[in-house]
Write a protein that binds this ligand. Structure first.
Ligand code: OMP
Length: 232
């Protein structure tokens, strides 16, 4: 069972539970992601604990601040040796360029740097409340263009926009897609969703999947079922 296109979002509030689950996994089965909750609770030691188990780790802290601050935060992520990290594209071109530049000293050891476009929890109506009166896919395209211009490795978007972005920016522009829901599972707070096979068919490179796995009665079985759906 090897499919490292799956990135399991480990949104646990208990480190022991998270490590117990990780210890059932093989690093060839998936990659892992920790975000604001786990990093705030458990800090860089958790990153070390996960690296000691040989998993590729996406540090999802979605930096969004002035260019100098984001550049330093991204360099700090590189110091931790993570596989991937992210910023918000809405932080702007100068912020993303500063972040990219901060990774230059790390050469081929630099983490992949991607930018969040429009959160997958947001609908066209949510955007309208922010004064953004275009469909989500148009705003995603706009932010992805800025990210591409800044020289980042790719974007976080929903799989619903993957086809459009691959045709606009090419195969090498990495698409990381949360909002993945196996058929029949609860969407929860996610709005722009797709199933794992649909997302891969649309051109997603990495599927970020959290609750459908971690909140399942048997998380390992849920992950295995997703693997099987991708092989079918
Ligand atoms: O950057 C992210 O990973 C992210 C961006 C986005 O637009 N939407 C999104 O859901 N995420 C993250 O992806 C994960 C999705 O988790 P589930 O909804 O439980 O599958 C969460 O950890 C989110 O923080």
């Amino acid at each position: 069972m090897t499919d490292k296109s799956i990135v399991v979002a480990l949104d646990y509030d208990n480190k022991a539970d998270a490590l117990t689950f990780i210890d059932k996994l093989d690093p060839n089965m998936c990659r892992l992601k920790i975000g604001k909750e786990m990093f705030t609770l458990f800090g860089p030691q958790l990153v070390k604990d996960i690296h000691n188990r040989d998993f590729d780790l996406f540090l999802d802290l979605k930096f969004h601040d002035i260019p100098n601050t984001v550049a330093k935060a991204v360099a700090a992520a590189a110091e931790l040796g993570v596989w991937m990290t992210n910023v918000h594209a809405s932080g702007g071109l100068a912020m993303m360029q500063a972040a990219k530049k901060a990774l230059q000293p790390y050469g081929k050891d630099a983490p992949l740097l991607i930018a969040v476009t429009v959160l997958t929890s947001m609908s066209d109506e949510d955007l309208a409340l922010l004064g953004i009166n275009v469909p989500a896919f148009e705003h995603v395209l706009r932010l992805a263009k800025l990210t591409h211009q800044a020289g980042l490795d790719g974007v976080v978007c929903s799989a619903q926009e993957a086809k459009l972005l691959k045709s606009s920016f090419g195969k090498g522009f990495t698409l990381v897609t949360p909002g993945i829901r196996p058929a029949g599972s609860d969407a929860g707070d996610q709005h722009r969703v797709m199933t794992p096979p649909q997302a891969i068919a649309a051109g997603s490179d990495y599927l970020v999947i959290g609750r459908p796995i971690t909140k399942a009665a048997d998380p390992l079985a849920a992950l295995t079922a997703i693997h099987q759906s991708l092989q079918a």
